[in-house]
Design a protein around this ligand. Structure first.
Ligand code: PLP
Length: 426
C-alpha cells in the first residue's frame, strides 16, 4: 500500500474506515479540550461509554434486591460470569466451556500451575522467554521454590541472538528438544510486552507437547489483539488480563482457558472452592466437591460482579465489531504508523529504530538512541500518551477500536517537533 504523510490523506483513511463509529464509543482523556493521541491501549484500554450502564445496573439491583439479587437481578449474580464465556471463546478461539473468568492474571497463572506444573526429580524444568514480564518471572521462581527446586537450575530462558531484538521460533524449539524429558512446562507470553513480538504459539505448543511437557501461555498482550486458536493449537492452558486490549477497566478480572482434554477429570490437582462445584448441588453444602465440567471448576469464589460488569460491557463491543475486522484495521493502522515513523526519520536526523519484528500485533516498540527520556516527556506534554520502558524504549500501540489515522499523522508532526527540539538543545 502506498501511504502519504499528509493530513488530508489520513483523513481520507478515516473516512473509509469501517470501524470509524467505534471511536465515539470510548472516553478519551483530554488535553486543552482535545482528545489525546492514545498509544497505551496495550497497558490500560480506554473506558467504553456503555460500561457505566452495566455497573449502574448492579448497583441498582443491589440497592433494591440485596441478597435476592443473586437469583433475581436483571442479570443474576450467581452465574454472571457465565455471560462472558461465549464472547470470550470467540475472541480467543476456544469452546465456551474451556473459558472461565475469575481473579486476576498472576493469581490465575499460579492456580493453573498448581494443575499443570507437577514436577518430579526427573522432569521439573520450565522453559520461558528471557526477560519475561516481571510478574511472570516472580511467579515462576516462587512456584519452583515451592516445589523445592532451585530457580537457577529449573528455569531455562531462551534468549535473543547477539545483536538482535527478536526471538527465533527455531531457537525455542531446539531448546525444548534439548531439554526433552526434563521439561515439565513451557510458559511464555504470547505477545512479548517489550518488543511486541507475536510468538508462533502453534509450533511451540506442538514442540512442547511432543517431549511430554505441558504448555501454557500468558496472553496479557495477545487477547483482543491477535488472532488466537487456543483450542485448535491444543494449548493446555492460558490466561490473560482484561484491562489491556480488552478495555475492561483497571486491575480487572482475568480470563482463563483450560483445554477440553483437562475438563471433567477427577484426578487433576487443583485448588478448589465452592464456585467450582456443580451448580445443582452447590447449595446443599455437601462435603464432596463435584467439579463443574467446564473451566469454571477452577473458580474458587462467587464472582465479583461489579468488576465483571464493565468487562461484559466491553465484550458486547467485541461482539459487535468482530475480531477479524479489528485485526484488519490493526494491520493497516500499525503499517501507517510505521510509515509515518520512517517518514519522520527521513526528515530529521535519524534518532530511533523500530525493534518490533514483522510477527507483530498492535504494538511498535521504538528504541530511541541518545537521550530518549526528554523526547518521551515532550510527547506526553503535547498530548501523546505513550509509555516508557527502560533503558530507552517507547511503546506505541494504536488500538484499532478507537485510534484514528489522523492520530497517526498528528503524532508524526509532534514527534518531528520533539526531535528537533531535542537536537537543537544537544
Ligand atoms: C500486564 C501483564 C501482567 C499483569 O499481571 P496482573 O496480575 O494483571 O497484575 C502479567 N503478565 C504479563 C505478560 C503482562 O503483560
Amino acid at each position: 500500500m502506498l501511504f502519504q504523510n499528509t493530513l488530508s490523506y489520513a483523513q481520507e483513511l478515516d473516512n473509509d474506515d469501517p470501524l470509524r463509529k467505534f471511536r465515539d464509543k470510548f472516553y478519551f482523556p483530554k488535553l486543552d479540550g482535545k482528545k489525546v493521541i492514545y498509544f497505551t491501549g496495550n497497558s490500560l484500554g480506554l473506558q467504553p461509554k456503555n460500561s457505566q450502564e452495566y455497573v449502574d445496573e448492579i448497583m441498582e439491583d443491589w440497592r433494591n434486591l440485596a441478597v435476592e439479587g443473586h437469583f433475581y437481578a436483571k442479570k443474576p449474580w450467581w452465574d454472571y460470569h457465565e455471560r462472558l464465556a461465549k464472547p470470550l471463546a470467540k475472541i480467543v478461539g476456544a469452546k465456551p466451556k474451556e473459558i472461565s473468568v475469575m481473579n486476576t492474571l498472576t493469581v490465575n497463572l499460579h492456580l493453573l500451575m498448581v494443575s499443570f506444573y507437577r514436577p518430579n526429580q526427573k522432569r521439573y524444568k520450565i522453559l520461558c522467554e528471557e526477560k519475561a514480564f516481571p510478574s511472570d518471572q516472580y511467579m515462576l521462581q516462587s512456584q519452583v521454590r515451592f516445589h523445592g527446586f532451585d530457580p537457577k537450575d529449573a528455569i531455562v530462558e531462551v534468549g535473543k541472538r547477539a545483536g538482535e531484538h527478536q526471538w527465533h521460533t527455531e531457537d525455542i524449539i531446539e531448546k525444548i528438544k534439548e531439554l526433552g524429558d526434563e521439561l515439565a512446562l513451557v510458559l511464555i507470553g504470547g505477545v512479548n510486552y517489550y518488543n511486541g513480538q507475536v510468538f508462533d504459539m502453534k509450533s511451540i505448543t506442538a514442540a512442547g507437547k511432543s517431549v511430554g511437557a505441558k504448555v501454557g501461555w500468558d496472553l496479557a498482550h495477545a487477547a483482543g489483539n491477535i488472532e488466537l486458536k487456543l483450542h485448535d493449537w491444543d494449548l493446555d492452558f492460558a490466561a490473560w488480563c482484561s484491562y489491556k486490549y480488552m478495555n475492561s477497566g483497571p486491575g480487572n478480572a482475568s480470563g482463563v482457558f483450560i483445554h477440553e482434554n483437562h475438563l471433567a477429570q477427577d484426578k487433576i490437582t487443583r485448588f478448589e472452592g465452592w464456585w467450582g462445584t456443580k451448580k445443582e448441588s452447590r447449595f446443599l453444602m455437601k462435603k464432596e466437591f463435584e467439579p463443574i465440567a467446564t473451566a469454571d471448576a477452577w473458580q474458587l469464589s462467587n464472582p465479583p460482579v461489579l468488576a465483571l460488569a464493565p468487562y461484559l460491557a466491553s465484550l458486547t463491543l467485541f461482539e459487535e465489531v468482530g475480531m477479524s475486522a479489528l485485526i484488519q484495521k490493526r494491520d493497516k493502522i500499525v503499517s501507517y504508523l510505521e510509515f509515518i515513523l520512517h517518514e519522520i526519520d527521513k526528515e530529521v536526523e535519524s534518532s530511533f529504530e523500530i525493534i518490533t519484528p514483522p510477527e507483530r500485533g498492535c504494538q511498535l516498540s521504538v528504541l530511541l538512541h541518545g537521550e530518549g527520556r526528554s523526547l518521551f516527556d515532550y510527547l506526553m506534554a503535547n498530548g501523546v500518551i505513550t509509555d516508557w520502558r527502560e533503558p530507552n524504549v517507547i511503546r506505541l500501540a494504536p488500538a484499532p477500536f478507537y485510534c484514528s489515522y489522523t492520530d497517526m499523522y498528528n503524532f508524526g508532526q509532534i514527534l518531528k517537533r520533539g526531535i528537533r527540539a531535542k537536537n537543537n538543545k544537544a
